[in-house]
Design a protein around this ligand. Structure first.
Ligand code: BGC
Length: 750
């Protein structure tokens, strides 16, 4: 779209919202409508149609207040990201995105404020349920598939929250203090991947400061990394009221300030008038805004919004995602007399709290679904005495357990991994009395399961959305063979969480002290036992992994390698397996996690059927980020490539060599430790040549002198003068070193 000529005030207005949920129409350019969220639409009729409804209602929802739906239009409540991610199914993620796109189109929504893909650094995080995983490859790939599905319907995504919104404690003021390597390898990597694969129309800058600078005002994040390094050409918008200094935010790279704010518009106008913000910066942001409107206008015709089909899809996603954590053979469960315990069977919690909530179109009640298959007796939780009495004569007990929910969700973290008071005691007592106990869990992320070894089976449903009840019944009965796998680790105890010691920070700073050792990377590095590892999930069938074949014997810069694995369904039922490909670096230049996920695939096999899966890996998959050089480097002795059923169930492995990039030259300074400098052959050569020019030494004499200095941890000049005395001038020697380095650079880059 060619922008019509706009006055300065019109430009400033174009870059600010109108009301809570619209961009502003200027000079004939139409407004865009935006709503939450990642798992279903939250379209508040009054807030969108009447801006004055404003802030109080917005805050109520973001705080997770009850009665939050108000006049929100009904929409399909799909499984929350904490569950749907466990499908590891990119096709399903695409279909979820497309369904959200269709519902958005039906309501006239142009931009959906999701997906959120922050790393689940701790299971306590209030918004963990909105995010996919503790791993960036999985998060990035799922987000990309979902974004493609959404945007193919003509609805733009808003990839959020960029970056490091990993806790809700003082969420707008606590600075996430993260080292450069952890940022690039973990916290930014999922965003980088999703952007490269799916080009989201917008990226949302997070509330929190990152390393002391508010994300929406962080030029390093929004310009250096996002635009310059990654080449992102879409629009950056702020999280709602995340901007404090509007001129600074525009200069840093936040194009659109959401929602409406007259004071922030005035501040920007004044800054432009006074020359503190160049008009060109305003124009560039307006051009991106115009391109966004143009993309929305190019939407294909909206297909019919089939809510019944979307309810089915919600059920399907739940059924393909629910994780069978443990099973002694009790499941699948044939029709029988079943004691069902817990309110969750009647009033299921299907979603987390906050802005990512949806008023469901309908909800499958688990008990009703179960009654079609089993003879059920239902009871709320009570004393174990009461529960033991009720269990007598039953064939099995199904317990609906849930995390201890005080006030978690958007705006608040959990402070415990415990289940709701009394639940663990009931479960333990029933199991110890010899009953077949099946536990089904509702939770945002990992919970404590102290009785895990004592019960017959555990199913984790996280927040299963409106179709969760039927999905659960289908898995219990065996109509669906479970195939979900965990996307985060379940620790044995809260204190084991890798970031535990520095969480949640203090004095306005939250230091991510564990660096790159997040999630399974941290548990593996410390060789800690866990309750259930990342990638774990059982099936009613079994799979055989065979013949891991690699396309080459070594990885080098600019190259790649393809891994092939043959998988066979070795059991008696049709089932789906999620094959995970990890790499294990051998002797890397910097300390690296023992294993890192690099690829995965989900495949559906009939009993006895085999297939060969192909995983192409690029050189970048083997790199780590070197903060000293400010780039990803390939530097290790070799790698082990592992085909695995979980991060702790490695089935096959093969080793490859690595053609390592040369190590960066140490600083060619007189004060650099002699052993460091002389271990680098080109630098040692320069030193020897500089010595022949500064002292009356022949080449062999200079080489001999260099030889004597090797092994000294003292500075080069201090070491040399120990042998040759003060006639070696430090300034002249440094000048010769500089000359030598310049000549070498010239020879390398003529
Ligand atoms: C949340 C965002 C959400 C926005 C609009 C903010 O409070 O952090 O995730 O998209 O509100 O509801």
């Amino acid at each position: 779209m060619t922008l019509p000529p706009l006055t300065r005030d019109e430009k400033v207005a174009f870059l600010n919202g109108q009301g809570l949920w619209r961009s502003r129409a200027v000079a004939g350019i139409p407004a865009l409508v935006m709503t939450d969220g990642t798992h279903g639409l939250r379209y508040s009729t009054s807030q969108i149609d009447d801006a004055a409804q404003g802030l109080a209602a917005f805050l109520a929802v973001a705080r997770g207040d009850t009665g939050m739906f108000g006049d929100t239009a009904p929409a399909t409540c799909f499984p929350n990201a904490c569950l749907s991610a466990c499908s590891w199914d990119l096709d399903l993620a695409y279909r979820l995105g497309a369904a959200l796109g269709i519902e958005a189109r039906a309501l006239g929504v142009n931009i959906l404020l999701g997906p959120g893909i922050n790393i689940r650094r701790t299971p306590l995080a209030g918004r963990a349920f909105e995010y996919f995983s503790e791993d960036p490859v999985l998060s990035g790939d799922l987000a990309a598939a979902m974004i493609r599905g959404l945007q193919d319907q003509g609805v733009g995504a808003s990839l959020k929250h960029f970056a490091c919104n990993n806790s809700e404690i003082a969420r707008t003021t606590t600075s996430s203090d993260v080292d450069l390597r952890a940022l690039r390898e973990i916290y930014l990597a999922g965003f980088e991947r999703a952007i490269a694969k799916a080009d989201p129309w917008t990226v949302m800058a997070a509330y929190n400061p990152l390393n002391g600078v508010a994300c929406a005002e962080n030029g390093w994040l929004l310009t250096t990394v996002l635009r310059e390094d990654w080449g992102y050409r879409g629009l950056v918008l702020s999280d709602w009221h995340a901007i404090r200094d509007r001129p600074a935010s525009l200069l840093a790279g936040t194009d659109l300030d959401m929602p409406e704010s007259a004071p922030r518009r005035a501040a920007l106008s004044a800054a432009v008038a006074e020359g503190r913000v160049p008009e060109a910066a305003l124009d560039a942001a307006c051009a991106r805004m115009a391109r966004l409107v143009e993309r929305a206008q190019a939407a294909p015709p909206a297909p019919p919004n089939d809510l019944a089909a979307h309810h089915d899809l919600a059920r399907q996603i739940a059924a393909q995602s629910i994780v069978l954590l443990a099973n002694d053979g009790t499941l699948p469960l044939a029709p029988c007399r079943l004691l069902v315990i817990g309110e969750g069977a009647i009033h299921p919690v299907i979603q987390g709290a906050g802005s990512a909530t949806t008023r469901p179109t309908q909800v499958d009640q688990p008990l009703e679904a179960l009654q079609r298959h089993y003879h059920c007796t239902h009871l709320p939780f009570g004393t174990a005495g009461e529960m033991l009495e009720a269990a007598a004569g039953q064939d099995a007990v199904l317990v609906f357990a849930s995390h201890q929910g005080s006030r978690e969700g958007e705006g608040a973290d959990r402070d415990t991994l415990a289940l709701a008071p009394g639940q663990s005691e009931v479960i333990t007592a029933l199991a110890r009395a010899g009953h077949r106990v099946i536990v089904t869990l509702t939770c945002p992320d990992a919970v404590d399961l102290p009785w895990a070894e004592e019960v017959s089976a555990i199913l984790c449903c996280f927040y299963p959305g409106q179709g969760g009840g039927a999905a659960l019944r289908d898995i219990l009965s065996g109509a669906v063979n479970p195939s979900g796998k965990l996307t985060t680790t379940f620790p044995l105890r809260m204190g084991d969480i890798p970031g535990f010691l520095s969480y949640p920070g203090e004095n306005g700073h939250h230091s991510y002290g564990e660096g790159v050792f997040v999630g399974y990377r941290g548990y593996d590095q410390r060789e800690m036992p866990v309750r259930y590892p990342f990638g774990h999930g059982l099936s009613y069938t079994t799979f055989r992994y065979e013949a891991l074949r690699l396309s080459g014997a070594a990885i080098a810069r600019g190259g790649g390698i393809t891994a092939e694995v043959t998988l066979t369904n070795s059991g008696a039922r049709r089932g789906k397996e999620i094959v995970q490909l990890y790499i294990r670096p051998l002797d890397p230049a910097l300390r690296r996690p023992p294993r890192e996920l690099k690829a995965f695939a989900k495949v559906d096999l009939q009993p006895g059927e085999s297939t060969t899966l192909t995983f192409p890996l690029t050189d970048r998959d083997f790199c780590h980020f070197d903060p000293a050089e400010g780039r990803f480097v390939l530097r290790a002795k070799g790698f082990v490539i592992e085909a695995a059923a979980s991060s702790r169930d490695i089935r096959l492995s093969e080793r490859i060599d690595c053609v390592a990039e040369p190590a960066a030259a140490p600083p060619l300074r007189t004060g650099t430790p002699a052993d460091v400098l002389l271990a680098h052959p080109p630098s040692a050569r320069i030193v020897a040549e500089a010595l022949t020019r500064c002292l009356p030494l022949s080449e062999p004499e200079a080489d001999a002198l260099v030889g004597r200095c090797r092994g000294s941890f003292l500075g080069l000049y201090d070491t040399l003068t120990w042998y040759v005395g003060p006639e070696l001038s430090e300034a002249a020697f440094q000048a010769e070193l500089d000359r030598g380095r310049d000549l070498l650079d010239l020879a390398r880059n003529p």
